[in-house]
Design a protein around this ligand. Structure first.
Ligand code: GLA
Length: 733
């Protein structure tokens, strides 16, 4: 059960003399013109200063007496070059007056006026929701700031609705979701993740200096290059286990931007929202635009604490099954085994083998439709190829179901090959600038999903296949980014809306498909991890972190991924060796790496030996006994693959009764023993039965106290190259 006090009760409590120690919720301190948003362990406060501006007053650990914040007052200016307006922590500053830092809103009116100064108007509290409205000092341009507190997860959401109440068109040039301010300090360290195709989620840490660091996507989707998440810690001192960390995340699957800025007054602020690059959004009189959600959180328990907050938040608030979180089924995907060469007979053989090792969901990847024999043709024609599937998909699905598995199917709905019936019929449906080149990548073009006719076509194409077949799962792919993003069918002033409307229409299709096909699950894939964010995760049950399935590379990709996303959604396939980089690791190592997320198999089972089948059967059966702990529990990253030759991760179940620790040795040198693995998150006095899948425990003792395991730890006998093990701890008292 979620804990949320009714607003009336909160008001009652707020009016008593006792400070609101443990309560979470939102209240208004009228005498201080201040709103206080409390989660279980954090406080956020915003007030109205003497000029009438909304001003952030505090963000951090919970204040037992927020009244101490006093009456909001703007910060002083410094000379004629640094105004008070810029030095003050404006909650949603417009670009206007003397403000010159990164604004939350910048616009141009039809008559050319670009000045925007927002002053507080009114507020509304509704349970864990707060609305603050501000209005331009001159015009009826109104911004509603919408807040929601997630008390148990210590997360806050903010976003903005911008309304044009004037009689002229107002064109938005930068529409941000909001800004987070940190306590004044010039020694913050920024942590973020960068990457590329097959190299996703690489962590970067650097000091923050005066100026701006821009993290962004200009590519139409979330992107592999940078991820819409940041963390800041003081003096670079936070560790995995300790230290104060502020973090935030923009929830948007299109062009997003995060600007980490330190002002000359040593104020660090992080503005986030729609990317303003090539952005222009005209609002006619009466029209409005909502920005993406911007989530923020604080912890004093280091990066591990920050990740854990996000994981629990995603599981209990974001994912489609958040009301009743389930574990992910063990999946088989045919892509690396058969690529485009799919047919009923071949897939049926793979399905029978997959069922035998304990697979629960069989997914057929690319190649089943139209003239799709290579990546040169067929995209867009979502009609089953009857030469490959003489009984339609129904024949294969019957076999898969008879083998005890459910069936999933690959789509790439937003794309078209020029060599396709769809493109021949509707060449105008792709984004393009008339008369200019249409650049292909992977021989494909991007449909203009911002067009409602294209949206309807795509919805009906996917819906038809789902309606005619017993399909429980869609792998939704997107294998290139935007180029030449023209939308010639709308007046020039509105053409740049393509960046926003495209994404909203994709969301709408996913929502409608889920609504029409209850129980349908979706995976978000974009050539690996190109579309992973908190908004797509509202409508997709899992994501594909990377096309790189090489187990050693995966350790780092998976580590970075878990900084912001839960292992529950992290699809991890066991595939064949040598992998894309030529490396070969033992099958056991590959299984154990993949078992740290949502386990799947993508190997060519036709090439497996009897020993491979036996090992896979054992590992999958074992995984099913620990997957609830891995997917829904608390992750502790014990040894990072970034810092040495040894990696270890531990997961503790929600009820604390089971823990599992995975350990991986890269390459042993000079007979050096693996480091002792000191566990975390156990009960000091609890006795744990220790079991393992192999013989890597140095000491064969069967039970240990939590105190011993967390203070002394266990020693493992890992030797040579790519050795690995998993150890399980079950509470016995
Ligand atoms: C992308 C995906 C792969 C596979 C192929 C199919 O690259 O990331 O997993 O689905 O497309 O073409």
């Amino acid at each position: 059960m979620r804990f949320a006090l009714p607003a009336s009760l909160l008001c009652l409590l707020a009016c008593t003399a006792t400070p609101l120690m443990a309560a979470s919720g939102i209240r208004y301190l009228a005498s201080q013109k201040t709103w206080v948003i409390d989660t279980d362990n954090t406080t956020y406060a915003v007030g109205v200063n003497e000029r009438g501006e909304l001003q952030e007053l505090y963000w951090g650990a919970k204040l037992t007496r927020p009244e101490d914040l006093g009456t909001p007052h703007s910060s002083p200016g410094r000379a004629s070059f640094d105004s008070s307006e810029t030095n003050t922590n404006g909650e949603y500053p417009g670009w206007g007056g003397v403000f010159y830092a990164e604004p939350c809103l910048k616009l141009t009116r039809a008559d050319g006026d670009r000045d925007l100064v927002l002053h507080y108007l009114d507020y509304k509290i509704d349970g864990t929701n707060l609305q603050l409205r501000a209005k331009d000092i001159h015009d009826n341009i109104v911004v509603t700031l919408l807040y929601r507190a997630y008390p148990q997860e210590d997360i806050l959401r903010k976003f903005a609705r911008i309304e044009n109440g004037t009689r002229q068109v107002v064109t938005l040039e930068s529409a941000q979701s909001g800004v987070w301010y940190l306590p004044r300090n010039e020694n913050y360290r920024l942590t973020y993740a960068s990457g590329a195709w097959a190299t996703e989620d690489q962590l970067v840490q650097e000091p923050v200096h005066q100026g701006k660091v821009v993290l962004e996507s200009r590519r139409g989707n979330t992107s592999h290059q940078l991820y819409p998440w940041f963390a800041l810690d003081e003096n670079g001192q936070a560790t995995e286990e300790t230290g104060r960390v502020w973090f935030g995340e923009i929830a948007w699957s299109g062009n997003w931007k995060l600007v980490v800025e330190e002002t000359p007054a040593q104020q660090v602020r992080v503005v986030g929202g729609f990317n303003d690059f090539d952005f222009s959004y005209p609002l006619k009189p009466g029209e409005s635009l909502e920005t993406p959600a911007y989530y923020g959180g604080f912890t004093s328990e280091g990066f591990g604490g920050a990740s854990s907050q996000l994981h629990q938040f995603e599981i209990s608030e974001i994912l489609p099954d958040h009301a009743h979180p389930k574990v992910r089924p063990v999946l088989y995907n045919s892509w690396e085994a058969t690529e485009f060469n799919v047919n009923e007979a071949g897939q049926s053989v793979l399905a029978a083998k997959a069922a035998k090792i304990g697979i629960e969901r069989f997914v057929m990847d690319d190649g089943w439709f139209g003239a799709r024999n290579t990546d040169h043709a067929g995209l867009g024609d979502w009609v089953v190829n009857l030469k490959k599937f003489p009984h339609g998909l129904a024949g294969l699905i019957r076999t898969v179901n008879a083998d005890g598995m459910d069936f999933g199917l690959w789509f790439e709905p937003e794309m078209v090959n020029p060599d396709s019936d769809l493109y021949r019929k509707h060449p105008d449906w792709v984004m393009n600038f008339p008369g200019r080149p249409r650049s292909e990548e992977r021989n494909q073009l991007v449909l203009n999903m911002a067009r409602d006719d294209v949206k309807e076509y795509v919805f009906h194409a996917v819906d038809t296949v789902l309606s005619e077949n017993n399909i429980k799962f869609v792998k939704w792919d997107m294998n290139r980014h935007f180029s030449e993003p023209g939308w010639p069918d709308v007046p020039p002033a509105g053409q740049k809306e393509i960046w926003v409307k495209y994404v909203r229409n994709v969301y709408e299709i996913m929502d409608r498909l889920r609504q029409k096909h209850p129980g349908l699950e979706i995976e978000s894939c974009s050539g690996g991890g190109g579309r992973v964010d908190l908004e797509v995760l509202r409508r997709t049950d899992e994501v594909w972190p990377s096309d790189n399935t090489e187990a050693f590379d995966r350790l780092r990709i998976q580590e970075g991924f878990t900084y912001f996303y839960t292992p529950k959604v992290m699809m991890a396939w066991v595939t064949d060796v040598p992998n894309m980089n030529g490396r070969s690791t033992p099958l056991k190592y590959r299984f154990l790496v993949a078992m740290q997320g949502a386990l799947a198999v993508g190997s060519n089972l036709n090439k497996w030996s009897d020993q491979d089948f036996a090992l896979a059967t054992k590992m999958i059966a074992y995984y099913k006994t620990i997957r609830e702990t891995v997917q829904l529990g608390r992750l502790y990253r014990l040894y990072s693959p970034r810092t040495g030759e040894f990696t270890a991760n531990q997961y503790v179940s929600r009820d604390g009764k089971q823990a599992v620790a995975f350990a991986f040795l890269h390459s042993q040198q000079y007979l050096r023993p693996a480091p002792t693995v000191r566990l975390r998150g156990l009960g000091q006095d609890t006795i744990y039965r220790v079991t393992t899948i192999d013989d890597k425990l140095m000491h064969a003792q069967k039970t240990y106290s939590g105190s011993y395991l967390m203070n002394h730890g266990i020693d493992l006998r890992l030797t040579g190259d790519y050795d690995s093990t998993v150890v399980e701890f079950d509470a016995v008292n």
